[in-house]
Design a protein around this ligand. Structure first.
Ligand code: APR
Ligand code: ZN
Ligand code: ZN
Length: 374
């Protein structure tokens, strides 16, 4: 019986950026009111975790990273009603409090209870539940999955089916819904349309699956790493392009290939140049460009405003516009009914202690998604 007691377990600590994570013993405090302590079962390694480690996405360190997790509720604090010990859950970086302006709006999902763009790395009461070697350790976006036990706010914890396959379902906490929902919710890809996906990593692969599910007839995939092309084609990409192989800008190549530009374009890389290229690749009149990649801190996007005046739509989306506690359990059901193909995104599985090897795989471009098993 661990409820109410501090749990000592292993976690991967990011002490600084640009250094390997170190596996340490940490103390995990019991959950306070409105909080849930969770035994992590699996966690994906996402491009955003890597952006934190390489310093392009700034969050307070030392921290326990990881925001794409699946686990089992160990204990709950006071006033927690939506989950109980033993429940299977997903651990998600974006809450759904059901009370804030975004949550109350029919279309909004960017819950105001998490400071997602300038994370402070603490619980809502301004403290942390993690201690390592006597030092307080930050969380990441209220999540922290690179640890055997974590504490989260109830509003970021999504109860899923008791029979959900816990090894793979973690992908439904970030990468899959972020990409898939960008296509089916944010862009609302139409049957017979032409789509362009910039970046064929984990998120971009999920975009491809969403475009295909929505009936796109042509899906052009862009990546500088040609090792991504075989997998991308298996997922539904019809044409693969490496921008480094062309003398002219890739947007011009796409314009020529599609005659008038693509119906829908997606940026799943996180650089300003590729965001502009994605915008300029969609049809000037009715094209829709969706930004999903996380740009470097403090960067600015600039482009000729005439690009919009002609009718283009430029928008962004977070976790695929899903209201997480309402919608993600339904995605899990569809996954269990084999209506969505999450497994094809998973290329590697490693024991949690090999986490640095997982990051190497991501950086080398050898993997689409690598899952850590606890
Ligand atoms: N042009 C084309 N492709 C590029 C470029 C570029 N300039 N730079 C990188 N890529 C490719 C990489 O080769 C890789 O295949 O983009 C892909 C990025 O994929 P991952 O590293 O697997 O990252 P992912 O988890 O998919 O996240 C992508 O979405 O959620 C955000 O923060 C996340 O910004 C990141 C983006
Ligand atoms: Zn992520
Ligand atoms: Zn909210």
């Amino acid at each position: 019986e661990t409820a109410g007691k501090v749990i000592t377990c292993r976690a991967a600590i990011a002490w600084t950026s640009n250094a390997p994570l170190s596996i340490e013993e940490v103390e995990v405090d019991p959950p306070k009111a409105g909080e849930v302590r969770i035994k992590v079962i699996s966690s994906g390694i996402c491009g955003s975790d890597n952006h934190i480690l390489d310093g392009t996405f700034k969050t307070p360190l030392p921290a326990i990273l990881g925001h794409e997790g699946a686990g089992i509720v160990e204990s709950i604090g006071e006033d927690v009603n939506s989950v109980k010990p033993g429940d299977k859950v997903l651990l998600i970086a974006l809450p759904q409090c059901r009370k804030c302006d975004s949550c109350l709006h029919a279309k909004g999902n960017c819950c105001l209870k998490e400071d997602i763009f300038s994370p402070f790395g603490l619980m809502l009461d301004g403290t942390t539940r993690f201690t390592c070697k006597g030092r307080k350790v930050h969380n990441i976006l209220g999540t922290s999955t690179f640890t055997e036990y974590t504490v989260m706010h109830e509003i970021s914890v999504v109860k899923i089916d008791d029979d959900a396959p816990m090894e793979n379902v973690c992908i439904l906490a970030c990468g899959f819904p972020t990409g898939y929902g960008a296509a089916v919710n944010a862009a609302q890809v139409t049957p017979g349309s032409t789509c362009v996906v910039f970046g064929l990593g984990g998120v971009g692969s999920a975009v491809v699956l969403g475009c295909k599910a929505a009936g796109a007839s042509r899906i052009i995939g862009i990546d500088i790493n040609e090792r991504k092309f075989e997998k991308a084609k298996a997922l539904g990409v019809t044409d693969c392009l490496n921008p480094q192989k062309f003398k002219k800008p890739i947007q011009q190549v796409i314009m020529e290939m599609t005659e008038f530009g693509a119906d829908f374009t997606f940026e799943a890389i996180g650089t300003i140049d590729t965001m502009v290229a994605a915008l300029e690749s969609c049809n000037m009149s009715y094209g829709v460009c969706v930004i999903i990649g996380v740009a470097p801190a403090k960067s600015q996007l600039s482009f000729d405003p005439m690009k919009l005046l002609s009718g283009r739509t430029l928008k962004g989306s977070l976790i695929g516009e899903y209201k997480i506690r309402d919608d993600i359990p339904l995605l899990v059901d569809n996954y269990m009914k084999k209506k969505i193909d999450v497994d094809s995104m998973i290329t590697h599985k490693l024991p949690f202690v090999k986490i640095n090897k997982g990051f190497e795989l991501l950086r080398s471009g050898k993997c689409i998604r690598c899952i850590l098993l606890f």
